[in-house]
Design a protein around this ligand. Structure first.
Ligand SMILES: NC(=O)c1ccc[n+]([C@@H]2O[C@H](COP(=O)([O-])OP(=O)(O)OC[C@H]3O[C@@H](n4cnc5c(N)ncnc54)[C@H](OP(=O)(O)O)[C@@H]3O)[C@@H](O)[C@H]2O)c1
Length: 119
């Protein structure tokens, strides 16, 4: 899956600890927020940057220009999204259970139809 999204090299975290292979990186983006500070430090190059999905906070404002840019990236195939499962709103408890197991691939979508009423 990761290779199909454009990665040149994939390291399976269950088989290899990438912080122990003495390679360094200019950018590390921790997309699941699990990498410890001590570990990330030794894998960053001198001027390297560490980004963490958990520390992206504050009021992120998306305006129409940003959304059109995202649309363009999707339309041209530069941004490929991965949808693992799609649940109707009636099955939202099941959807949460699935997400809570911590192994979803990409994202889980909840569909809401015009006829659905939220109580
Ligand atoms: N989704 C959002 O919109 C969003 C927004 C802001 C913040 N966050 C936060 O970002 C974190 C990640 O969320 P998520 O939506 O991606 O769901 P998630 O359930 O935390 O991530 C699941 C994915 O992470 C992989 N994974 C688990 N542990 C890993 C590790 N140690 N190293 C590398 N990959 C690992 C799993 O692969 P395997 O199945 O192979 O184990 C699976 O593909 C969460 O803490 C969440 O609260 C999410």
């Amino acid at each position: 899956l990761v290779k199909s999204l454009g990665a040149d090299k994939v390291i399976d975290y269950l088989k290899e600890d990438f912080t122990e292979n003495s390679e360094t990186y200019d950018v590390i983006y921790d997309a699941v927020g699990k990498l410890k500070y001590s570990k990330r430090k030794k894998s960053l190059s001198k001027s390297g940057h560490f980004l963490n999905v958990l520390t992206i906070s504050g009021n992120i404002k998306l305006d129409v220009k940003d959304l059109l840019f995202l649309k363009e990236l999707c339309a041209t195939g530069k941004l490929r999204t991965v949808i693992d499962r799609i649940y109707p709103i009636e099955e939202i408890v099941e959807a949460h259970r699935y997400v809570d197991n911590g192994h979803k691939k990409g994202n889980v979508v909840i569909t809401i139809s015009h006829n659905d009423t939220l109580q």
